[in-house]
Design a binder for this molecule. Structure first.
Ligand code: URP
Ligand code: ZN
Ligand code: ZN
Length: 478
């Protein structure tokens, strides 16, 4: 027998091509692509179905310590289970340094949290919140060399944010070590000033979370992040871009030839500021940062996805229960928006929403979908070509999609541990029916077939897109 598994008669799509082929799998990797492949020990008939690289979700939060009373609903088991049911086969959550903590200790703690749980493969980004001399001089370079080759820094949130000087120091290490920096770009002082004004006026309902974080605050921080990166001559990736103003800055930078990359997420295509309104505390379900905008901004985000401004489409799955312990109501049912945990779930719905409204609605072709949701995130974070494509030698991480299946999204059909989905009631066309990780069926037709802990930790290579252009501006002697 030549193959452990053959996926037969499907239409394969990668970021560049679509073709009819059988996929032969041996020892967890793709061993052959072609027609009329020899029999496998196991066979899957994919006639009428699409055979796509499993999704790579480059931005999720699972079991991340929050530093306060709030608790994430999803750990590495429920989070990866939910990801797999949504057609995703690799996730990158964040090992977050608490201020005063060593970065290495944060990574070790996060490995303990993951141990024995994931059903699919995973890598870690770091979050750098306390760039001490020890962190910059020793820990961060050593961790990058150990395979933690991307990290996020924040321009907002008191517990996480760095000032401009600290950002420059961190960018400088990324440049010398070849790591990818992810930027949360919102102006902290604008937000704090507006929040205080709103609180003084008694405007503390969830709806005002959006008012406190206007597009101009995102625009200013995006421009500043770009300028700091240009000064150091290092590529950066601006995460969870929400609206037209930030998109304009990113296009300006890209037009100048700077290596500025960008990510957006389902909430900026499928939700608006109105979703933070509604009866009582309901709007808290959609509190995330930056907040969703309006229909005109959604269109700009669509155009950015199809037109090349954005390289990656991630979920930013940040799971807090609405009713349960440690969730959105952790500070009471009438808590001011400032005290509501930020973030929404979406790891399982990321791909079906984009597939339906992107591919099936005719906004983008299937190769673009694969590029944005699998290939590019794998490239950006040093996992390609092991992950993010279907090619001989790549891991057999594959999602088989039924493009005709109509599904109404309700929380009841999802597999996360959150008690709601912001996308309740949306009907989608197209759904992943089988998900394979390294050639093993993880889920099929609604059943989980993988054991907790089978997912492997992935040390990441240095991402090619993180290479500097080679000339700091103005030309500096380093
Ligand atoms: O509101 C959000 N996006 N919460 C998750 C943390 C982050 O900034 O990505
Ligand atoms: Zn963020
Ligand atoms: Zn996030």
């Amino acid at each position: 027998m030549d193959f452990d598994l053959v996926i037969r008669n499907g239409t394969v799509a990668t970021a560049s091509d679509m073709f009819k082929a059988d996929v032969g799998v041996k020892d967890g990797t793709v061993a052959a692509l072609g027609t009329g492949l020899a029999a496998g020990r196991e066979e899957i008939d994919a006639g009428g179905l699409l055979v796509l690289p499993g999704g790579v979700d480059g931005h999720v939060h699972f079991d991340q310590p929050t530093g306060d009373e709030s608790v994430m609903a999803d750990d590495f088991l429920s989070g990866t289970r939910s990801a797999a049911f949504g057609g995703t086969t690799t996730v990158l959550p964040f090992a977050c340094q608490q201020k005063g903590q060593s970065l290495r200790a944060a990574v070790e703690d996060y490995h303990r949290r993951a141990a024995g749980k994931p059903v699919i493969d995973y890598a870690f980004h770091l979050i750098v919140t306390d760039p001490t001399e020890q962190v910059l001089g020793q820990e961060l370079p050593a961790l990058i060399r150990d395979g933690y080759t991307s990290f996020k820094i924040y321009m907002t949130y008191d517990a996480l944010k760095l000032n401009d000087r600290q950002i420059l120091e961190v960018l400088d290490i990324a440049r010398s070590e070849g790591a990818m920096v992810m930027m949360h770009a919102e102006n902290a002082d604008c937000i704090a000033w507006l929040t205080e004004k709103l609180e003084r006026a008694g405007q503390t309902a969830p709806f005002f979370h959006g008012v406190s974080r206007p597009r101009v605050a995102e625009r200013e921080a995006t421009h500043r992040a770009i300028s700091l990166a240009e000064l150091v001559d290092v590529p950066i990736l601006i995460v969870h871009v929400s609206g037209a103003d930030a998109v304009e800055q990113i296009r300006w930078a890209q037009g100048r030839g700077l290596r500025i990359y960008a990510e957006t997420c389902p909430q900026y295509l499928f939700l608006t500021a109105d979703d933070l309104g509604g009866e009582g505390f309901e709007g808290a379900k959609c509190i995330c940062s930056p907040p969703p905008r309006d229909a005109a901004n959604q269109q700009v985000i669509w155009d950015g996805l199809t037109g090349g401004t954005f390289q990656v489409f991630s979920s930013d799955h940040a799971p807090f229960r609405f009713d349960g312990p440690g969730g959105k109501k952790v500070n009471g049912e009438k808590a001011p928006f400032r005290c509501v945990p930020n973030g929404i779930p979406g790891v399982e719905t990321r791909l079906p929403l984009l597939f339906s409204e992107g591919v099936m609605a005719g906004r983008m072709d299937l190769t673009k979908f694969v590029e944005l949701t699998s290939t590019n995130p794998a490239r950006m974070y040093g996992l390609h070509p092991r992950k993010g494509t279907i090619a001989v030698g790549s891991d057999a991480d594959i999602a088989i999609w039924d493009p005709a299946r109509k599904v109404t999204i309700t929380n009841g059909i999802l597999h996360h541990a959150v008690d709601y989905t912001p996308y309740e009631g949306i009907e989608v066309t197209g759904w992943p029916v089988v998900t394979l990780s390294r050639g093993e069926v993880v889920c099929r037709d609604g059943a989980l077939l993988a054991s907790p802990g089978r997912g492997a930790f992935l040390p990441c290579g240095l991402p090619a897109p993180a290479r500097p252009k080679g000339a700091p501006a103005p030309a500096l002697p380093f």
